[in-house]
Design a protein around this ligand. Structure first.
Ligand code: IMP
Length: 428
């Protein structure tokens, strides 16, 4: 039995879906622990590419139990659509389980996310506008009772919750945003249609997780977004509203911290970020454009071009610490194939002092100037390489520097989108 956590080491989009899919091959259970359809995981199987927003990446393995745990937030329209499209493509969703405790993203959450972002104007966070902030706000507010997945089992209960919420939300919509009020009847009917598709998968997820732990199952806890989008440990306020870090995996699933065996942080071989917020190694120039084009760095969820830059070793070191990382999965290394030289940020210069860890204070982070180490590039196609020893010397030197900076071994190296294009190494 092993419990492994897969966490994004950066600002999301690190390729966690591919790594989870690989681990799922030997796993009995894959559990999504936080976030909602702000995430976008792409998994390539042979000629087929699957874009998943909610359903755990393990769903592509027919024998893997896939759980969306208590810490996730679920848009029923998105879940029902994703479910239907997988089934239409011949992927069985029989093994999907959805926690009744998970909070439901309702149309008023999406609308409020939109209105709040508009009202922020130039100071907007750049959210995915999927209603994530508003649904987690309601979760922490507790009353009036928000809609949870349990309420999708009982239409009268759903109506009660929606009416309770709209009594409050309509006042805000009218008075603060001058928007039209929403009607409970239409909303209940719409959500109920989706509820009927997913109802039979709703369960007591914490009991199920506990059962699996007791049975000695191999479990992968799948994170969404990345470390620096964590509500507490990210670059606040330019973060998401959930706990993306490894600790969040315990909170979101009910797996106790002592049950976790390993934490795999997934890092791109460079850095990207979507939306606003600090990004010390950003290359807002030709280099960034080149990385974006080679890495197809456009959002899976929103299609937005991602901001790109060199690998931020300070962020990676900080991430390894926050997550208690035992391994690094390095992804998209082949994107750097064409560069004559490659750079890694090894420190931040802030007010004349060198920092090795990302400072928590936003004013300091805003001033950070990256100190780069420049290494020779490898200028060849890594896509066909299957063994670590066959990687060119400069590539291995690049990886060795990453390991030294983060004091964590790189155990997986992804050199292409397909499952086969992954080089594995044992933990020394
Ligand atoms: P929200 O999660 O939609 O509230 O967005 C908050 C911030 O997190 C924004 O900067 C988004 O661009 C970012 N974000 C949310 N989900 C993802 C993701 O899956 N990948 C990358 N960035 C994300």
């Amino acid at each position: 039995m092993a419990v492994r956590v897969v966490v994004g080491a950066q600002w999301g989009d690190e390729g966690k879906g591919k790594i989870t899919d690989l681990l799922a091959e030997q796993a009995d259970v894959v559990i999504r622990y936080q976030g909602g359809n702000n995430a976008g995981h792409t998994v390539v199987v042979g000629e087929d590419s699957y874009k998943l927003h909610l359903i755990p990446s393990g769903i592509l393995h027919p024998n893997t139990l896939c759980i969306m745990a208590d810490g996730t937030v679920i848009d029923p329209e998105c879940l029902a659509t994703e479910y239907d499209s997988l089934v239409t493509r011949g992927v069985s969703c029989e093994n999907l389980r959805v926690s009744g405790n998970a909070h439901v993203i309702m149309p008023y959450h999406r609308l409020l996310d939109e209105l709040q972002e508009e009202a922020r104007g130039a100071g907007s966070i750049g959210t995915t506008r999927r209603g994530i902030g508003p649904v987690y706000t309601d979760k922490t507010a507790r009353k009036p009772l928000p809609v949870r997945m349990w309420d999708l089992l009982d239409k009268d209960m759903l109506r009660q919750r929606v009416e309770g919420q709209l009594a409050q939300k309509n006042v805000i919509l009218e008075a603060v945003y001058g928007a039209e009020v929403l009607r409970a009847d239409e909303m209940v009917e719409e959500v109920w249609r989706y509820a009927q598709i997913i109802q039979r998968h709703i369960c007591d997820a914490r009991a199920l997780v506990f059962e699996q732990l007791q049975a000695g199952a191999d479990i992968v806890l799948e994170g969404a977004q990345g470390t620096f989008l964590d509500l507490d440990y990210g670059t606040y306020p330019f973060v998401t509203s959930s706990h993306t870090v490894a600790g969040g995996a315990c909170l979101g699933t009910g797996v106790g911290p002592t049950m976790v065996d390993s934490v795999i942080i997934v890092s791109k071989a460079y850095s990207t970020r979507v939306g606003a917020g600090p990004f010390p190694t950003e290359e807002d120039n030709e280099t960034g454009d080149r990385i974006r084009e080679r890495g197809c760095e456009y959002g899976t969820t929103t299609g937005r071009p991602r901001r790109c830059g060199w690998l931020d070793g300070v962020a990676l070191r900080t991430s390894a610490n926050i997550n208690g990382a035992t391994e690094i999965a390095l992804t998209l290394l082949d994107v750097l194939d064409a560069f004559e030289t490659v750079k890694i940020c090894t420190g931040y210069e802030i007010g004349g002092t060198t920092h090795g860890m990302m400072p928590a204070r936003p004013e300091l982070l805003a001033e950070a100037r990256p100190i780069f180490e420049e290494l020779p590039g490898w200028e060849c196609d890594l896509g066909g390489i299957a063994a670590y020893e066959d990687l060119p010397r400069p590539t291995r030197d690049y990886i060795a520097l990453i390991e030294e900076i983060a004091a964590t071994p790189v155990t997986m190296v992804s050199v292409g989108a397909s499952r086969e294009q992954t080089i594995r190494r044992d933990v020394p």
